[in-house]
Ligand binder design. Structure first.
Ligand code: NAD
Length: 351
């Protein structure tokens, strides 16, 4: 079983390849990168470790080889230039991402593959992948707030000095400034976090701030995140290919949970064979629900900015001008397939 990583020569892509290798989950990893030397270096080093990790084959490949994969992970991205605005960086990354999607489709991306979007802005790019990849929306999964959630759990655990795997807590919404900490459901080994001895509002404020700043802190200290995001990617891939039905805060096309539609962001999502099995509506406080709706609005605003500037110049082929969104709701009812003409989504709106 093959996983391909577009951007596999970079920090995130190579860390994901290493995490997958250590887990012994896949038999082949294909690294595709605009910098072939970096990809080749990582492929060679992973090959050196293969004798102790189940013999996984790693190689540098083409888009044609990438599309012959069960899972295609996209981690290719551009870094911010000095003086560059956030929106300019977003627009450059959108252009790059649309080019990669076009290359994948030209190479014959299969409807039975999964697309895992990691590059930032991840929620925006996941939305574009749903629209442009030709895959059913359930098979397009953005990493969303999974990494933020991992950081959050680990930082809470460090603060109260318990093992991180005994802390349950979630970050939902946007992978970005408007991310929403779900304090109402946070617990330690079954005990509500707000009843944990010594836990107070100051701890809450500090831990969330550390979580929100974690990406920027790593960028300053070591040039970006690698190990933890690699593990997050492994978690998604494992759930998909092993049909593990893990409940993960990943970014997917929203179908109405918390009244949010037509935007990709993270809610608790059951991930398994076929991709998204269910977007789960858990009880949240009124403040948390407001936070999620705010995240959705922030993402819609970004989409309207980039769609006006970029997508008009990149018309999708006629066959890709529609997206059929269908799925199964929590109460087991089949949700209605929607067909959205391309012209209708150039200005984002709730459908
Ligand atoms: N979603 C998350 O939780 C999360 C976490 C960390 C990083 N990221 C994002 O992941 C992306 C990668 O980060 P990184 O630290 O690995 O950056 P990086 O610069 O180390 O790697 C990016 C790689 O993409 C390659 N690339 C550029 N254009 C390409 C193309 N057209 N085709 C193939 N490869 C191409 C580059 O050569 C480079 O090797 C960034 O967008 C970053 O913001 C997301």
């Amino acid at each position: 079983m093959r996983v391909s990583i577009i951007g596999g020569g970079g920090l995130v892509g190579s860390s994901a390849a290493y995490a997958l290798q250590c887990a012994g989950l896949v038999s082949e990893i294909c690294l595709v990168d605009a910098n072939p030397d970096a990809a080749e270096g990582h492929a060679q080093e992973l090959t050196h470790g293969a004798c102790l990790t189940g013999g996984m084959r790693t190689f540098v490949g083409t888009m044609q080889e990438a599309v012959a994969s069960q899972v295609v992970v996209i981690t290719a991205g551009l870094r911010r230039k000095p003086e560059e605005s956030r929106l300019d960086l977003i627009n450059r990354n959108v252009d790059l991402f649309l080019q990669i999607l076009a290359q994948l489709r030209q190479a014959g991306l299969r409807e039975t593959s999964y697309l895992v979007v990691v590059s930032n802005p991840v929620d925006v790019l996941t939305y574009l992948a749903v629209r442009e990849s030709g895959l059913p929306w359930q098979r397009v999964i953005g990493l969303g707030t999974l990494l933020d959630t991992m950081r959050f759990r680990s930082l809470i655990a460090r603060r109260i000095r318990v093992p991180a795997d005994q802390v349950q807590a979630l970050i939902l919404g946007e992978h970005g400034d408007s991310m929403v900490p779900i304090w109402s459901g946070a617990s330690v080994a079954g005990v509500p976090l707000d009843q944990w001895p010594g836990w107070d509002l100051q701890a809450q404020r500090e831990v969330f701030e550390q979580t929100r700043q974690a990406g920027a802190t790593l960028l300053r200290l070591k040039g970006g995140s690698g190990f933890a995001v690699g593990l997050a990617i492994r978690e998604v891939v494992a759930s998909l290919v092993g049909d593990r039905r893990r409940v993960l805060p990943v970014s997917t096309l929203q179908q109405g949970a918390y009244d949010v539609r037509d935007v990709c962001m993270s809610v608790p999502t059951i991930v398994g064979c076929g991709g998204v099995k269910e977007q789960v509506t858990i009880p949240l406080s009124a403040r948390e629900v407001t936070g999620l709706r705010h995240s959705a609005q922030v993402l819609r605003d970004t989409l309207s900015q980039i769609q006006g500037r970029k997508l008009a110049a990149q018309p999708a082929p006629a066959s890709q001008a529609v997206v059929a969104a269908s799925g199964t709701t929590r109460d087991g009812q089949r949700s209605v397939a929607r067909v959205v003409p391309r012209a209708a989504w150039q200005t984002p709106r709730a459908v």
